[in-house]
Design a protein around this ligand. Structure first.
Ligand code: NDP
Length: 308
């Protein structure tokens, strides 16, 4: 049976390691400050932001949440970002995605000062990533790298396949793995014979947003499988097909009317992989932890207290 890789375990370590750094900043100058922009009424975004604010509170990072209405314009959001850029006590600015449909998200993200870009989405920071210079890294892929390191999973020389090429997960993940000397293949919706490509992976990262698409035929026996996908299933028949009629997850579905599943088939991965991240409890917790890391590092850089 495959080993489960716990994102919660890694998250707890990361947050514990941040505590003395936050304390040192408070002692020397002031606590780190994070501003979150939550535009509109997306319920999933509201939950994500609540969890991010909670993590800040637990660490002693000051946070403030700005909640412009659903009808907000690109210009209004850019103006808000520019105000936050100028505020001395704000070290990080996080624009929660997705933004309302009428907003030009790329213009808003471009407005965030690169030194306060704790998501690592600004093109300058993406360029730093690509060229191997220091700078904030996109939280989800950076968290996955921490997980692989802390579980001592070798990367160098191994074949890695990343399913998905988004700017926030797939692309930065592939670059980070390449910098760690993996031989990397990136797949996407136009890839011909996805399962065959995936099966070559010793490290397989699935980040497509397609519930349980990665079945046994995608997984090389003994591979390490990282499941980034978070998909909410509301169809009971689908939940039964994925988890099995007698499973606890289907019982949970019957109580709540929905259940979360990753991009990887949970039963197949357990049979074929050597290790994998579960959903929930795998990659999810790492993303918030890395946001905290990026915020503390931004504060250290801005206050001239660089860590190692
Ligand atoms: P995007 O929708 O931005 O990107 C999805 C990528 O997957 C695209 O590159 C797309 O290809 C590819 N893709 C979609 N369908 C297929 C398919 N059938 N076959 C092959 N490739 C496919 O998603 P994100 O990268 O933002 O997120 C991916 C998943 O990860 C989502 O479930 C999201 O909820 C989750 N997520 C989880 C996080 C966490 O903390 N755990 C953080 C961020 C995201 P193409 O480019 O050709 O369209």
């Amino acid at each position: 049976m495959a080993k489960q890789l716990s994102g919660t375990w890694v998250r707890d370590q990361l947050l514990e390691e941040l505590k003395p750094r936050v304390e040192e900043l408070r002692r020397r100058a002031r606590p780190p400050g994070l501003a979150v922009i939550l535009a509109g009424n997306n319920p999933a975004s509201q939950i994500y932001v609540r969890n991010k604010v909670k993590a800040c509170q637990e660490l002693g990072i000051l946070s403030e949440t700005h909640t412009p209405p659903e009808e907000v314009t690109t210009e209004e959001l850019v103006a808000l970002v520019e105000t936050l850029n100028k505020r001395e006590e704000i070290d990080g600015i996080l624009v929660q995605m997705p933004l309302p449909a009428q907003v030009d998200a790329s213009r808003v993200l471009l407005a965030v000062s690169p030194e306060k870009d704790v998501d690592g989405f600004h093109p300058l920071n993406m360029g730093y990533l690509l060229t191997g210079r220091p700078g904030p890294r996109a939280c989800t892929p950076a968290g996955i790298l921490e997980l692989l390191r802390r579980y001592e999973i070798p990367i160098k020389g191994r074949r890695a396949v990343v399913l998905g090429r988004s700017d926030i997960v797939g692309k930065p993940m592939a670059v980070l793995l390449m910098h760690e000397h993996a031989t990397v293949t990136i797949c996407h919706s136009r890839t011909v014979n996805l399962a065959e490509e995936a099966r070559r992976a010793e490290i397989l990262v699935a980040a497509m947003g397609r519930p349980a698409l990665v079945t046994g035929e995608f997984i090389q026996p003994g591979a390490v499988v990282i499941d980034v996908g978070i998909n909410r299933i509301t169809d009971r028949a689908e939940a039964v097909r994925i988890f099995g009629a007698e499973s606890e997850r289907v019982q949970a579905f019957d109580r709540t009317g929905s259940v979360l599943v990753g991009d990887v088939h949970p039963r197949d991965v357990e049979e074929k992989a050597s290790a994998y991240t579960p959903v929930p409890g795998g990659v999810g917790p790492l993303t918030i932890a890395m946001l905290m890391v990026n915020t503390v590092e931004a504060a250290e850089r801005r206050l001239g207290a660089c860590s190692a």
